[in-house]
Design a protein around this ligand. Structure first.
Ligand code: TXA
Ligand code: MG
Length: 329
């Protein structure tokens, strides 16, 4: 039921986009590639269209969506009271993996895009297919990640197809996404600005441009500032445990689990011949690896992590969520 069209990143082919543009203008949902993960896009000014995103994903209505636009200039037509720091971020990081939370102009977006908040998250994606689509569409495109709620975000068109087959009319297949985890979300409506979700654009990179930035303590006991934080799981079906990549520790854990007659998958930079399944660990491959675990009969998954700040903070953040903060012991 769901059609897939291959779009060549390097070819400027109007025909490939025409169908997608028509479908979106008609109030339907289209999946498309960005440099982070695949998005599930609908006309951000059309309540019914946006509601189809929530239905297809099974997403809670109080979790607002990111609005995608083709340029800083377009973004500025939809927001107000934009801080100087937000403008500096646009110049430094757009197009790119940074979503800026700003004050929305009233009556600009359908209420379900922002979950009726006065703020909106906006970004200009750095992907030729996404940009071309946005330029042809001439509408703001509300788009969360194109996965079923709670599942890892899609980094391949086949991941989208797995979750969305029969639920949406069209997927634009632009090949694997380059970055592999979702954009950094920065709240620029407060001072100092706060990172609500870590991503490829790091705290240090932001601070080099706008000075001090706070990292929101993603504490379970606090009311999350980014409504999505309380829902994010990225969880594979089998229980996932973090384990420190220390001399012999992972081998011992594998032996222990297998000794109980259970099958174990390891997500790591290294291969463990003792494990039943091995999948690669990097920012670009994490979500695909989590999904591959689901297609095995592994009873338990171990993810090898390096502590002491040796690992990328955004990658560590996604691993902790996927493991629900469980450590193997
Ligand atoms: O890389 C990405 O950001 C991908 C691609 C498709 O662009 N999109 C994505 O969207 O990850 P989504 O909906 O899965 O995540 C949006 C995050 C959620 O955590 C949401 O709560 C937060 O941004 N967010 C959106 N609008 C917000 C707002 N007004 N205030 C605070 N947080 C907001
Ligand atoms: Mg998501």
């Amino acid at each position: 039921e769901t059609e897939i069209i291959s779009v060549d990143k390097n070819v400027d082919e109007k025909e490939s986009y025409k169908q997608a543009v028509e479908i979106i203008r008609n109030g339907e949902v289209v999946a498309f590639p960005t440099e982070t993960v695949y998005g599930l896009g609908a006309d951000a000014t059309n309540w019914e269209a946006v509601n189809k995103i929530f239905e297809a994903k099974g997403r809670p209505a109080d979790n607002p969506l990111i609005v995608h636009v083709d340029s800083k200039e377009t973004a500025l037509t939809y927001v107000q009271e934009v801080s100087a720091k937000a403008l500096q971020c646009m110049d430094a990081f757009w197009p790119g993996a940074l979503t800026l939370i700003m004050q929305a102009k009233p009556e600009t977006f359908a209420g379900n895009v922002t979950a009726n908040l006065e703020t909106v998250g906006v970004r200009v994606p750095n992907h030729p297919v996404a940009l071309k689509l946005l330029q042809e569409l001439k509408l703001p495109l509300a788009a969360p990640s194109a996965n079923t709620s709670g599942k890892p975000s899609p980094t391949l068109a086949e991941h989208v197809y797995h979750d969305m087959d029969g639920k949406i009319p069209l997927i634009l297949d632009g090949g694997p996404t380059e970055i592999g985890i979702e954009s950094t979300v920065l709240d620029t409506t407060c001072e100092p600005p706060v990172i609500l979700r870590p991503g490829k654009v790091s705290k240090q990179q932001l601070e080099n441009v706008i000075g001090t930035v706070r990292l929101s303590s993603d504490n379970k006991n606090n009311t999350p500032k980014s409504p999505g934080m309380k829902y994010m799981h990225y969880a594979p079906a089998a229980p996932l445990y973090l384990i420190e990549n220390e001399e012999g520790l992972i081998e011992k854990a594998i032996e222990y689990v297998r000794g109980k007659g259970k099958r174990v998958a390891v997500i790591s930079k290294e291969e463990y011949p003792e494990a039943d399944f091995n999948f690669p660990l990097s920012m670009a491959t994490l979500y695909a690896s989590l999904r591959k675990c689901d297609s095995t009969d592994a009873d338990l998954i171990l993810a090898s992590v390096e502590t002491g700040g040796k690992m990328d903070e955004a990658l560590m953040n996604r691993l902790e969520k996927a493991a629900d903060h469980k450590w193997f012991s």
